[in-house]
Design a protein around this ligand. Structure first.
Ligand code: NAP
Length: 338
């Protein structure tokens, strides 16, 4: 049994904690909060052992929220820590984890050069086996790595060009809105997203550009790939449908945008309406000789969650890529009923 501590119980951390609890080979030994807000109360309601940073003990006591101890005490029993604190905090926290000899997984907000390896289960699971500090790449890079890996394996890739239409904020970030704009983020081209994808797929030529739009729901990627071998739409769709973490949005579903996808997830009873899979519109896949175009949607709050579970197994060398991904897919319920 792998004892897992989750430091930072926000958008990503609370989802990772729920996924850890579903794993037969893992035990959630604690989650941490700095503020005594509704998420702290929910964690207690779920009977997750709650820990707090030393400086926050009084505020939790004043709020009447019971906690087990401090973050340091939580870490005492951990085989692995998943750090899901805000960007930049994770690598700073690593000094503490390293001092206690605890293998650490941080998130995509940390700089790629600050870790031993960057992780995507489909692209490079093996690179993180037995490492001390592993970074699960960002939601956008996760979505692109899942898409590009099978395409590179099957057809070879000459060049990838992606326009990322990014959600302006997460639903839990009212401070970033309301907004009425389309922001070039960044204004310069290409954006940093391409180099981030290369942290898990170093041999892919990829250029990206990115815009932020006023939605909290999902990101959309407009993808153009030049292949090394020509193919057909049918073969491309068949390849992508065979990937457990890609959902092909069929024409008969009648879904033309991200609100429809979220509705589908809620109708399926997905926790928090989460879509762990890339959603690729079947109708959008256009192939002319070596040129491929498609649209995919990425649920920024959800797609990295199964990746964190696989990263836990990789870092402690529990099992290989195929076994880990299958177990994660099965326990989380990947696949939208297909
Ligand atoms: N949200 C996304 O779309 C997304 C997608 C992929 C990857 N990521 C990455 O995942 C990481 C976490 O992002 P997030 O969106 O989950 O952030 P978030 O919602 O702001 O959650 C961060 C959590 O960390 C806690 N925290 C803050 N400072 C802390 C400290 N010094 N020590 C311990 N805990 C602390 C916060 O606690 P309190 O709330 O109690 O203050 C909160 O529970 C970032 O690297 C981000 O780039 C985010």
């Amino acid at each position: 049994m792998i004892n897992v501590a989750v430091n930072g119980y926000g958008t990503i951390g609370k989802r990772v904690a729920d996924a850890v609890v579903q794993q037969p080979d893992m035990k959630l030994i604690g989650v941490s909060k700095t503020r005594p807000n509704h998420e702290a109360k929910t964690a207690v309601g779920k009977k997750y052992p709650l820990y707090v940073i030393k400086e926050s003990k009084k505020s939790f006591t004043d709020a009447g929220i019971e906690f087990e101890g401090t973050v340091e005490e939580m870490l005492d029993g951990a085989d692995v820590v998943v750090d899901a604190t805000p960007s930049g905090v994770g690598v700073r926290n690593y000094e503490l984890y390293k001092g206690m000899g605890i293998p650490t997984i941080v998130q995509g907000g940390e700089a790629k050069d600050s870790v031993e390896s960057s992780f995507n289960a489909r692209a490079n699971f093996e690179n993180s086996i037995g490492k001390n500090l592993v970074r699960v790449v960002s939601c956008n890079s996760t979505g692109l790595a899942r898409l590009l890996t099978p395409i590179e394996e099957t057809f070879g890739i000459d060049q990838v060009r992606v326009t990322l239409i990014r959600r302006g904020a997460d639903p839990g970030q009212p401070g970033k809105g309301p907004i009425n704009d389309v922001i070039l983020d960044p204004v310069y081209l290409p954006s940093h997203h391409g180099p981030d994808v290369k942290s898990v797929l170093p041999n892919i030529n990829i250029d990206t550009l990115a815009l932020k739009v006023p939605t909290t729901l999902m990101h959309v990627h407009v993808v153009n790939i030049t292949l090394k071998k020509d193919t057909s739409k049918e073969d491309m769709c068949k390849l992508l449908s065979g990937e457990s973490r890609i959902h092909m949005v069929a024409a008969e579903e009648g879904i033309k945008g991200i609100a429809g996808l979220k509705e589908l997830a809620l109708d399926l009873g997905r926790p928090r309406g989460d879509l762990w899979e890339n959603c690729v519109w079947d109708e959008s896949v256009s192939v002319k000789d070596e040129e491929v175009y498609l649209f995919q949607a990425i649920h920024q709050e959800a797609d990295v969650v199964p990746e964190n579970i696989d990263a836990i197994r990789a870092i402690v060398n529990e099992c290989g890529q195929g076994e880990s991904m299958s177990l994660t897919d099965k326990t989380m319920g990947m696949g939208m009923g297909r």
